[in-house]
Design a protein around this ligand. Structure first.
Ligand code: WTA
Length: 649
């Protein structure tokens, strides 16, 4: 690695940072050699009702799985995000909110947020929600989304946030899996100048005859738009808040009691309900937020993720609020009404820490630097990236145009399953290389293994695994512990398999190369190819479908679908459009195939297994070196697919 591509820690950052390089090395070493001692100390960063005496009981042996942290301690997550700040920081702003239309602005202090959460917690109880119940949240990016989450946590209910871009079917399957009695939504959301009919989607979801569990739908009045109303089931948020008391004692939860469920795509089957518990998650989310962003008291922190994703949970709500930060929440998209919006918001609110995704950076990059001519950016100190590999070109643009060449970039690698960041630079400690997530966080032991599961040392490329547990790790797949063991611990026995591939360079830095399973990453959103395939084959004219990712300039990966139509059906442009719409309706806009190639046949082995590696290569327009096709039942299929491929760019 040439020294030109090494970005050294700026000395002003190193001198004032929470940890410098020597301290990082010492702390990391200690966290691996003596995890009990390390976490016994750092677990104290959250407020416990009953302090823990046990630290960890963990085993990645798939027959004897165990992941427990601080397990005799008790606490409450909402108390950690709110009550603990009241005495010294009650009047500090907790949330700055900016509407899709920048004319709409709100500021909410910790005291006010606490009062709102208490009221809504009481309101939930008045609707029959009890400790352990799963509550589904399908909300726009308004402060009330955080209020709803924290209110659930306060009374020990388990929230399950569904991203506002998911379809009615996706809501239905999540509601059914969680057996939710209550759904919280808004009449409409607003994003990029468009109204999003959230309540309408909930109505459609609940009209599915398989959804029998929902008793109440709580509706926030966001736009006042026309909505359908079901008497006896639907209740206005405002009406139950008006009569609720501001006093609500929080529930005493065990460290291992569930905090939330969040559904995410895997390589097979329906999205899995990833279950996170309370103690370890709060310790890990707050600690990583503080160290990875070098967060300092009084700073304004902006995470552009939607609350429907894990980043919105750990680094918009729980981590920063536990640390008493002032968070900026934006209702809309950071490049509307113009690409200058991101910079305008940073300047308007004096944002010190920005956390965003490569897909946004690439989209802004495509608009040209002049969009940022009026951008000052002097408040910015640290910038983060998450969700997908960041290409070095986008990294440099981010560094130069947004960071004005003086802000360290933390390229944070992690997953819904990991609860928090596992591999990332620390601003004051780690020299960075564009495109590398660099080194593990404290307590995290990454390794690379070959396809047989042998650990490979030194500079090498392989499958990325983690050798021992960390406090923020998911505990199970909701309702399916066997699937948890099978998905993460059976591929390579005794190790947590991430599903990602990675390279480690001569400095020990990790470079994530992307998924090695059938998961694709579209604009930082995870999707199982199997989900898109099953949506396609649910269409009556489709006989068979195979879906792969292909390189896409803005989205990172685009969705490429090969579709075989039922006998006698003609492949037309209209049908192509209809299928795109169909998938959109079945899953949500983010799953819409970019390219659909009609195929008379798919490359299969004699036993009928689709050979995806050919399909991936053809979709990527890499047709010169396709590899051995002799095991195919009909090798001629390949030639036809190549001829009619759609990505010839
Ligand atoms: C990918 C998002 C490269 C990776 C927090 C992972 C990344 C998946 C990075 C998890 C990064 C996330 N560099 N790849 N910095 N961050 N990924 O569950 O493939 O939505 O497995 O969690 O995103 O996506 P998820």
């Amino acid at each position: 690695m040439s020294s030109q591509s090494l970005y050294q820690v700026p000395s002003d950052i190193a001198n004032n940072a929470l940890v410098n390089n020597d301290q990082y090395k010492k702390m990391y070493q200690e966290s691996i050699v003596n995890p009990e001692g390390f976490w016994r100390e750092h677990g104290k960063r959250v407020d416990w009702i009953k302090p823990y005496s046990k630290i960890k009981q963990t085993s990645f042996d798939d027959h004897n799985l165990s992941i427990e942290w601080f397990y005799d301690g008790t606490l409450n997550a909402s108390a950690n995000c709110l009550d603990r700040h009241l005495e010294d920081n009650g009047d500090k702003v907790a949330i700055i909110w900016e509407g899709d239309d920048a004319a709409e602005q709100r500021k909410i202090t910790y005291k006010e947020l606490h009062a709102d959460v208490c009221k809504f917690a009481n309101a939930l109880r008045s609707q029959g929600v009890a400790r352990g119940d799963v509550v589904t949240i399908y909300m726009p990016m308004v402060p009330e989304a955080a209020v709803a989450m924290l209110a659930c946590a306060r009374i020990g209910a388990v929230h399950s946030v569904v991203f506002g871009g998911f379809s009615p079917d996706s809501i239905a399957s999540r509601v059914i899996d969680g057996k939710s009695k209550v759904v919280i939504t808004a009449d409409e959301g607003i994003r990029g100048g468009r109204k999003i009919p959230l309540k309408d989607s909930v109505d459609q979801a609940l009209s599915n005859p398989d959804v029998q569990c929902v008793e109440k739908v709580i509706v926030l009045n966001r736009t006042g738009g026309d909505i359908n109303w079901v008497e006896g089931r639907d209740i206005w948020w405002e009406s139950i808040m008006d009569v609720a008391s501001e006093h609500c004692a929080y529930e005493e939860m065990n460290a291992e009691d569930p905090l939330f469920l969040l559904y995410t795509s895997g390589s097979t089957g329906n999205p899995k309900g990833v279950l996170h518990t309370t103690g370890g998650y709060m310790v890990y989310a707050s600690m990583t937020h503080e160290y990875v962003f070098d967060y300092k008291d009084g700073e304004i922190y902006w995470c552009t993720a939607d609350v429907g994703w894990i980043t919105g949970h750990s680094y918009m709500v729980y981590g920063p609020l536990a640390n008493g930060a002032t968070i900026l929440i934006h209702e809309g998209v950071p490049n509307y009404p113009s690409p200058a919006r991101l910079g305008e918001m940073i300047d308007r609110h004096n944002v010190n820490i920005l956390y965003t995704a490569p897909t946004l950076i690439r989209a802004l990059m495509a608009e040209g630097k002049e969009q940022f001519d009026g951008f000052d950016g002097k408040s910015l100190r640290i910038m983060g990236s998450v969700g997908e590999p960041i290409n070095p070109e986008a990294w440099r643009w981010y560094h130069e145009v947004i960071g004005r060449e003086h802000c360290p970039i933390v390229d944070t690698w992690w997953q819904t399953e990991t609860g928090g960041i596992l591999i990332s630079p620390l601003p004051g400690a780690t020299d960075t290389k564009p495109g590398s997530a660099t080194r593990p966080f404290f307590g995290v032991q990454p390794a690379l293994v070959d396809n047989m599961g042998n650990i490979i040392e030194g500079a090498a490329e392989g499958n990325l695994v983690i050798l021992d547990s960390w406090p923020g790790q998911m505990r199970t797949v909701y309702g399916d512990h066997d699937r948890f063991a099978l998905t993460y611990f059976k591929t390579f026995r005794g190790m947590y398999f991430t599903g990602d591939g990675a390279r480690r360079d001569e400095d020990g830095y990790y470079w994530i190369t992307g998924r090695v399973d059938d998961v694709i990453n579209v604009s930082g959103h995870r999707l199982g190819t199997a989900e898109v395939e099953s949506a396609l084959v649910a269409h009556e004219l489709v006989a068979e479908a195979a879906v792969v990712g292909y390189p896409h300039d803005i989205k990172g990966q685009g969705i490429y679908a090969y579709v075989t139509l039922s006998r006698g059906i003609e492949a037309t442009e209209e049908l192509r459009l209809e299928l795109r719409q169909w998938v959109r309706k079945e899953i949500g806009a983010l799953a819409t195939p970019d390219l659909i190639q009609f195929a008379g046949g798919l490359p299969k082995t004699r036993s009928g297994k689709i050979m995806r590696r050919f399909l991936r290569k053809i979709a990527a327009n890499e047709i010169t070196n396709l590899g051995d096709s002799s095991t195919l039942a009909d090798p001629a299929v390949i030639d036809t697919l190549i001829e009619t491929r759609l990505n010839k760019a």
